[in-house]
Design a protein around this ligand. Structure first.
Ligand code: SRM
Ligand code: SF4
Length: 522
């Protein structure tokens, strides 16, 4: 234990971690399977297992959600099939349709639900055989490492992020086996590696963001640090004034994590993210400490180049940099996938592409490497017609939603179904010509990133007609990509039952929407 940690009055999670490192619970899985979830130690069941990637859901007692790690959001068809098989075999009866489901997350990742404690050890083996892992995906760990969704296929990219995301994950998780050294951070830690100028990964809301930049003609990364969302703390990352070449990415990241691990606050869990350490020290001291750990001088940041691009959502058909090949972005309504659809996606990726499937932070997916000659057959596939269209309605296209109270114990409101229902009605009533990114989040934790949306909703409650009803605080003006900045709260506690008309007015006033005549009559 370092001096900095010793001086602190450790919070309850820290005290529990100090008694037994939660990664060691892996050795007790057979025992847990034998005694059953109800007899388990509560901390180990509800918190400790998150180090292994399994989140007990009080909303579906006895059932666990499994959060994967998918570096750069890229999967093979074989891996997708293994995950589909897990959903089909192990995720039954989780309190939803008779088949299990998976969700694409806002970190280019997948979560599977409805897993029993008895099946965890077996599932971990199945994942390992497929080159997958879910280790260290929750609690005081680095979350899924996001990278450019069009890495290696976009003609205009600057740096291919695929290898970097993979080697970062392998270093941080000890090749998926679990890393005792790097899994005892004061709190969670988010890393995003941008590969193009459009910043498709929202780097500015990560604890560590790497932004491609030329320094003296060499391509590397400028570093931004300390971005995070927590209840009532919505903070953009700030420049570290440092530039590194790609080959230093792992060493610099590990150095920063060590500085945070050894000096970060561990008292009040609400004030333990890395930005609190930066605020306490000042950015110059933070930079100096990272530099010292890194072991060599850090170059100052490269000048920001002026040719930023607008953020893209990647939905639709796009030519790749490889002549004759295309990538196709499919719209997955609020990220929800079922097992049969996952099997179909794996088949389609193999039949038309090279087997690869990519996930985006907008909870959608991309199938790359489709030859011109196979494109029309691909686009005629029933799954694209019935579920994952490349031409979604203009509001649906930019719709993102966190889990909400269907499965999340923190949720104050239902999100995904409501988000889809309101957008469907608004698309029927309005003529819309410009895209609007609408993000829903069920509580102030802000997993659905409402602060980066054109219109964002944060779940809350309000009183109406002597009843307590579900409501939202409304945010507007978030901008991603070029000139990224967070939005601002514009309305408080709007009852969800009144929301459709409020949003309709916002769309008319701020986004050029027109009300259809038949809706005016109705
Ligand atoms: Fe999150 C906690 C879901 C992205 C901020 N988040 C949770 C938990 C684990 C709470 C729980 O145990 O029930 C949620 C699991 C619900 C469930 O059953 O699905 C949850 N977070 C999600 C996901 C699935 C939302 C989604 O539908 O896409 C996202 C999973 C990402 C992943 O693959 O790892 C997700 N969460 C985010 C993001 C967005 C991002 O990373 O860009 C944020 C804000 C950015 C940030 O962290 O700085 C976010 N989640 C939180 C927080 C607030 C953190 C804090 O410092 O206070 C919590 C609460 C906590 O950690 O104590 C939280
Ligand atoms: Fe759960 Fe709140 Fe995160 Fe939504 S924002 S997934 S409700 S913790």
């Amino acid at each position: 234990m370092t001096q900095a940690v010793k001086k602190q009055k450790l919070n309850k999670v820290e005290q529990a971690k100090a008694k037994k490192h939660p990664l060691l619970l892996k050795q007790e899985l057979a025992h847990f399977a034998q005694i059953g979830w109800e007899a388990m130690d509560e901390f180990e069941r509800d918190f400790g297992l998150k180090w292994l990637g399994f989140f007990h859901r009080p909303v579906t007692p006895g059932k666990f959600m499994m959060r994967m790690r998918i570096p750069n959001g890229i999967l093979t068809s074989t891996q997708m099939r293994v995950l589909a098989d897990i959903v089909q075999r192990y995720c039954q009866g989780a309190g939803f349709q008779d088949q299990g489901n998976a969700d694409i997350t806002t970190r280019q990742n997948l979560q599977l639900r409805g897993i029993r404690i008895e099946d965890i050890a077996n599932i971990i083996n199945l994942l390992a055989q497929a080159g997958l892992t879910c280790v260290q995906s929750g609690m005081d760990n680095v979350r899924n490492i996001t990278g450019s969704p069009v890495a290696g296929i976009d003609a205009n990219e600057l740096i291919d992020t695929r290898g970097l995301c993979r080697i970062l994950q392998d270093a941080i998780t000890n090749n998926g086996e679990g890393n005792l050294e790097l899994s005892d951070l004061p709190r969670k830690f988010n890393i995003a590696v941008a590969g193009g100028r459009d910043n498709s990964v929202h780097a500015e809301i990560n604890d560590l963001g790497l932004l491609p930049a030329y320094k003296n003609g060499t391509l590397g990364f400028n570093i931004i640090v300390g971005g995070y969302f927590a209840p009532n703390q919505y903070v953009s990352a700030i420049p570290l004034d440092a530039w590194i070449p790609p080959e230093d990415v792992v060493a610099l990241t590990l150095a920063m994590m060590m500085v945070y691990r050894e000096n970060g606050p561990r008292e009040n869990r609400q004030k333990c993210r890395m930005m609190h350490l930066i605020n306490q020290w000042g950015i110059e001291k933070f930079r100096a400490e990272v530099e010292q750990r890194f072991g060599k001088p850090l170059a100052t940041a490269a000048e920001k180049d002026e040719i930023d691009w607008e953020k893209r959502d990647h939905i639709g058909v796009y030519p790749q940099k490889q002549t004759g090949l295309n990538y196709v972005g499919l719209h997955v309504p609020v990220g929800r996938l079922y097992a049969n659809e996952m099997f179909e996606l794996a088949r389609m990726a193999e039949v038309y592409g090279n087997g690869e499937i990519r996930l985006t932070v907008e909870q959608n997916l991309i199938i790359p490497h489709i030859p011109d000659t196979r494109l029309s057959a691909f686009l005629a596939e029933p799954l694209l017609k019935e579920r994952f269209t490349i031409e979604p309605g203009i509001l649906n296209r930019g719709l993102v939603s966190c889990t909400g109270n269907e499965f999340c114990g923190f949720a104050i409101i239902e999100t995904k179904n409501r988000a889809l229902a309101i957008v469907k009605e608004l698309e029927q009533e309005l003529i819309l010509t410009q895209p609007v990114r609408i993000h829903w989040t069920g509580c102030p934790n802000s997993c659905g990133q409402p602060q980066v949306a054109d219109i964002g909703f944060i779940g809350t409650k309000t009183r109406k007609d002597d009843r307590t009803v579900e409501a939202v605080d409304i945010w507007m003006g978030g901008k991603v990509g070029k000139d990224a900045h967070l939005g601002k709260e514009v309305m408080k506690r709007v009852a969800c039952e009144d929301l459709k008309s409020v949003v309709r007015d916002l769309l008319v006033e701020h986004f050029g929407a027109k009300i259809k005549e038949e809706a005016l009559v109705g």
